[in-house]
Ligand binder design. Sequence first.
Ligand SMILES: CC(C)(COP(=O)(O)OP(=O)(O)OC[C@H]1O[C@@H](n2cnc3c(N)ncnc32)[C@H](O)[C@@H]1OP(=O)(O)O)[C@@H](O)C(=O)NCCC(=O)NCCS
Length: 187
Amino acid sequence: MFSFKVDNQIGFELLQQQHKEELFKLVDNNREHLRKWLLWVDKRKSAQDFEPIISIWINNYANNNGFDAGIRYNGKLVGMIGLHYIDWKNKATSIGYFLSEEAQGNGIITKSVSSLVNYLFRELDLNRIEIQVAVNNLKSITIPRRLGFVQEGIKRDGQWLYDHYEDLITFSLLKNDWEKSEWINLK
Ligand SMILES: CC(C)(COP(=O)(O)OP(=O)(O)OC[C@H]1O[C@@H](n2cnc3c(N)ncnc32)[C@H](O)[C@@H]1OP(=O)(O)O)[C@@H](O)C(=O)NCCC(=O)NCCS
């Protein structure tokens, strides 16, 4: 089973059907916080609603096309992190993440993305990692910026959110950027 250790407090665990209750509780307790930026939150009204999507996650992982993992902080499920796909031909991928409201402010996502990026470049030998963030999602924008991702451009009306579109910023990090950055010395 897939598991990944970021440090002594933070780890990733591939989410499977036995986690659906725990995942539902996390989302249900954080509905207002998460739905601001994640449209799928309203569709998940029970633990059973997670069954089809968990099957898709497992399939993607089995097909070497990314993963969807829970983030555990001192053992507690506090969020998720994953790769939306892996484009093996171009050695490229895209990272997504969320955290519970109360787990924010501890650097959990910054440390998780940093560690994951290191793994993707060194172990999977990928060349390009993307993070897409809505222009108004200021907390999330800080993460790629802090890690040295380069802002490439704005996908106009890139995300539909209930009653309006949000422009999306594409951030990217290339293997070459990463090797030159100071972050490499932290691992
Ligand atoms: C986006 C989101 C994950 C950001 O969470 P976050 O806790 O701010 O991000 P991190 O875990 O990296 O923590 C950074 C914060 O911890 C602080 N911090 C503490 N120790 C730290 C450390 N060692 N390293 C980095 N930051 C640290 C930082 O100063 C920062 O706090 P600040 O915002 O008050 O300045 C969260 O707000 C969220 O899930 N939002 C809803 C869903 C969402 O928007 N998902 C992303 C869609 S693109």
